[in-house]
Structures are given as C-alpha cells and as structure tokens.
Design a protein around this ligand. Structure first.
Ligand SMILES: [Zn+2]
Length: 251
C-alpha cells in the first residue's frame, strides 16, 4: 500500500512525492507545489506558511521560564527536570471561514413563570481544523497568528523539522468545521433557553485555506516521570503543558 502511494509524482515538476499512507494533500519538497492526491484533475492549492521564529535554545529557555512561573508547580521543577525530547513539527491545518445562523425555539425555565423563547444566533468563525486524524493536538487552544503568514515556501522549513501532510481534503475539513461550529452554537444557546424544542443551523462557507504552522513538541522528565508540552513556534506562547502533581506544603 505504502509503495503505491510513494510512486506519486509532483504534477508540477515530476519529482517523487514522499507521502505516507492516509495523506491526501501533498506538498512537493522541490518546487513547493501543493496538490490533492487522487483528484481527477490535479489542481494547485493555495497554501500558506506560518514562519517559525524560535530555535532549540530559545524553546528550552521558554520552558524553563514557564516552570519557574505560577503557583501550581513544584518549586524545584526548573532545577530538577530534564528535557528528553524537543521536536519542531509543521502541522497541516485548514482554516474555514464561515457564518453560522442558528434558529431556535425553546423554554426559558430559570425565570418564573417559564417563558417560551425563539430567536436566532448568528456568528462568524475562522474555524481551525487540524489535517490529521489521529493527532493529539488542542486545536481550540491554538490561534493562528495573523502576522508571520507567507505564501508557502519549502526553503523556510528547517531540515531537522518534521513536516506532516494533511489527511483531510478541503471537503472533509468543511464537514468537520460545520459539526464543531454547530456544537459551539448549541453551547451558546444554553444562555438563551433551558429546554430546546427546535434548533436548525445553516452555513455560509468560504473556500478553506490550507496552511502549515510550526509547533514545538517537548517532553521533559521530572522525578522519574515524563510530561508533555507544546509551544507555538511563531509567538513562543505555551499552548499546553503538563504540570507535575505537587504535594502542597503549607508554611
Ligand atoms: Zn514539484
């Protein structure tokens, strides 16, 4: 299976595309051409890149700073922990710009007497969908920075970085975005009514944009246990990090 996949050539320059099984969107390492694999007529996708601004030394420093800050961490965390894995990965995302309009009917029961309510909730979203099916990444905690976005350029990708292609095509990304946005609209509805009797959402969707963003994945060890952290390579902000449980000692 993987052999068949690896025989696919770049529609632009003819170079062999290195694809793993399941990857649907390919970016050529030689010319940067991005296309959907298996599409009847290959077409070029608009593709952006968020530039990485950090290096290993800076990431290690950022992690140390994070360990020293805040009250919820062991006091010796920075001193006694060791970074065991540090990897820059370019993750594929689809950014889906859409407007969701939900109409609803229901009952407001938190007031007395309970009152029927109906209305509309309309919101615009730039909804981010990760192009990987089995990745553990907190997409909702991550915001694509507006600055630092350039047309995709493979020469900006560090040779040691891991580059991942998307396993979702644009249509699948839209379906995922619609489902997640609808869930979010339903969550917002809880402010309006307590019992829902009708809820319909319609969407107006623009063509999704494809982009790669630099994320630093770290593992550190503290007192024999391993913990994970993810840092945004553009802004340097901590996206998620495990904090070792501490025994609180009151002074
Ligand atoms: Zn090419």
């Amino acid at each position: 299976m993987s052999q068949i996949v690896s025989e696919i050539k770049c529609p632009n320059c003819g170079a062999q595309l290195n694809l793993s099984p399941g990857e649907l969107v390919a970016t050529c390492r030689y010319c940067g051409y991005t296309s959907v694999v298996g599409a009847n007529a290959p077409f070029q996708l608009q593709h952006s890149l968020i530039v990485n601004n950090l290096n290993n030394a800076r990431i290690t420093q950022d992690l140390q700073d994070w360990m020293r800050s805040g009250f919820m961490k062991p006091g010796d965390l920075a001193k006694r922990s060791k970074v065991t894995m540090l990897e820059l990965r370019y993750l594929p995302f689809w950014l889906v710009h859409l407007t969701a309009t939900s109409t609803y009917e229901g009952m407001l029961e938190r007031i007395s007497p309970p009152t029927p309510r109906k209305g509309t909730i309309q919101n615009q979203y730039d909804w981010l969908v990760l192009g990987r099916k089995a990745a553990d990444f907190p997409t909702r905690d991550y915001r694509v920075p507006a600055e630092g976005k350039i047309p995709f350029d493979f020469t900006k990708i560090e040779p040691q970085a891991k580059f991942l292609n998307s396993e979702l095509d644009s249509d699948e990304a839209v379906i995922r975005a619609k489902n997640e946005v609808e869930e979010n609209q339903r969550f917002l509805l809880k402010q309006e009514v307590d019992q829902v009797t009708r809820f319909d959402t319609s969407f107006s969707i623009e063509k999704p944009t494809y982009l790669h963003a630099p994320l630093w994945f770290l593992q550190y060890e503290y007192k024999g246990k391993s913990y994970n952290a993810i840092i945004d390579g553009s802004s340097g902000s901590m996206i998620r990090a495990d904090i070792p449980q501490t025994d609180f000692k009151l002074i």
